[in-house]
Design a protein around this ligand. Structure first.
Ligand code: SF4
Ligand code: SF4
Ligand code: FES
Length: 261
């Protein structure tokens, strides 16, 4: 009989607790997933950091910075812009995929805060996941303007205001993959299913009046796995920290394919 069991070292165990000084009147606890590739046989663990409430700052990224700078320099995470633009600080905070830099502590209630890496991506270290495959899928949709006429170097690609407006809700995507890693279809078929982030980006180019390769782009997506693994569960739209709607973009792609056939 086939046995479905996780490898022994995939179980998350309790870790160290870094206590605040006894003088601290009120503390908040931050529980952070830790895994060190240099100790591959060790189980991942949840370390707990107690921070005095008055030192917590306003955003989750502030806390991670404080922990790294003042308590434990080994905590590893990605960040760059700290204003919701680069997409690098995506992680799972209190059960929701989101951006640490734009997630306010005040939106997380009063209790402990639990931070995991994005789900269903291989962990490189602590909160850093391997996004290689997701970015290869993104590259596969050729995410750049393509025209059939040779470009005129001294002329802009003209678009009406209405045509430009069609790109609103699409161009703002920062490729944080919060949506993709919240999508059950991507969890089970991520090798071949492109996932909501890449499909929203695919629609961004299909919707662009300046691009001459709409038919080719749609034909490439007409595949049982790349697009049609989306079952409209809408986790993607519910989790997007930029308030975008990848579920709707996927629906628009399906409509465009029907209209072209
Ligand atoms: S709507 Fe589609 S892409 Fe979004 S979570 Fe559901 S299955 Fe995934
Ligand atoms: S659609 Fe939203 S959640 Fe998905 S990658 Fe873009 S910004 Fe991130
Ligand atoms: S640090 Fe750039 S999006 Fe959070």
């Amino acid at each position: 009989m086939v046995e479905f069991a996780l490898p022994k070292n995939s179980k998350v165990v309790g870790g160290k607790t870094y206590r605040a000084s006894p003088e601290s009147v009120e503390v908040r606890k931050f529980k952070i997933y830790r895994w060190d590739p240099d100790q591959p046989d060790e189980n991942p663990r949840m370390d707990t950091y107690e921070i005095p409430k008055e030192e917590c700052g306003s955003m989750v990224l502030d806390i991670l910075g404080k922990i790294k700078d003042e308590i434990d320099p080994t905590v590893t995470y990605r960040r760059s812009c700290r204003e919701g633009v680069c997409g690098s600080c995506s992680m799972n905070i209190n059960g929701t995929n989101t951006l640490a830099c734009t997630k306010r502590l005040s939106d997380l209630g009063e209790g402990d805060v639990t931070i995991y890496p994005l789900p269903h991506m291989e962990v490189i270290k602590d909160l850093v996941v391997d996004q290689q495959h997701a970015f290869e899928q993104y590259a596969s949709i050729q995410p750049y303007l393509q025209t059939k006429e040779p470009p005129a170097p001294d002329q802009e690609h003209i678009q009406t205001k209405e045509e430009r407006d069609r790109l609103n809700g699409l161009w703002e995507c920062i490729l944080c993959f919060c949506c993709t890693t919240s999508c059950p279809s991507y969890w089970w078929n991520g090798e071949k299913y492109l996932g909501p982030a890449t499909l929203l980006q695919a629609y961004r180019w299909v919707a662009d009046s300046r691009d001459d390769y709409t038919a080719e782009r749609l034909k490439d997506l007409e595949d049982p796995f790349k697009l049609y693994r989306c079952h409209t569960i809408m986790n993607c739209t519910n989790t997007c920290p930029k308030d975008l709607n990848p579920g709707k973009a996927i629906g628009e792609l399906k409509k465009e394919i029907i209209q072209q056939s």
